[in-house]
Design a protein. Structure first.
Length: 102
């Protein structure tokens, strides 16, 4: 609130910001995440996500049919696909992983 020299209010200061673009970007991100999640959960192919150190962060439910293990168990195993460096052990030597946002 703005006041004159006598202390009487004579105006208000406000700040407005257009957040429509931000809201639309958030909606689009939510939709992409929902689609990615649906694909990973329903796909018959095995999907794995590893961090930069090669530790598995996510194993899709297809691990049961593909490997015979529950996804949670695979991420805990050592010396098997959830081991200390899954990417280093199982990645083709001719390909390099490109990490984006992990």
């Amino acid at each position: 609130m703005l006041r004159n020299d006598a202390g009487q209010p004579y105006g208000i200061v406000t700040y407005l910001q257009d957040v429509r673009a931000l809201r639309e970007a958030q909606r689009a991100l939510t939709q992409r995440e929902a689609m990615s999640t649906a694909l990973a959960l329903r796909a018959s192919d095995l999907a794995l996500v590893a961090d930069r150190a090669g530790r598995l962060c996510y194993v899709s439910p297809a691990a049961i049919a593909t490997m015979g293990y529950e996804p949670e168990l695979i991420t805990l195993l050592r010396g098997f696909p959830g081991g200390s460096n899954f990417v280093g052990k199982y990645q083709s030597p001719n390909r390099r992983c490109r990490w984006s946002g992990l």
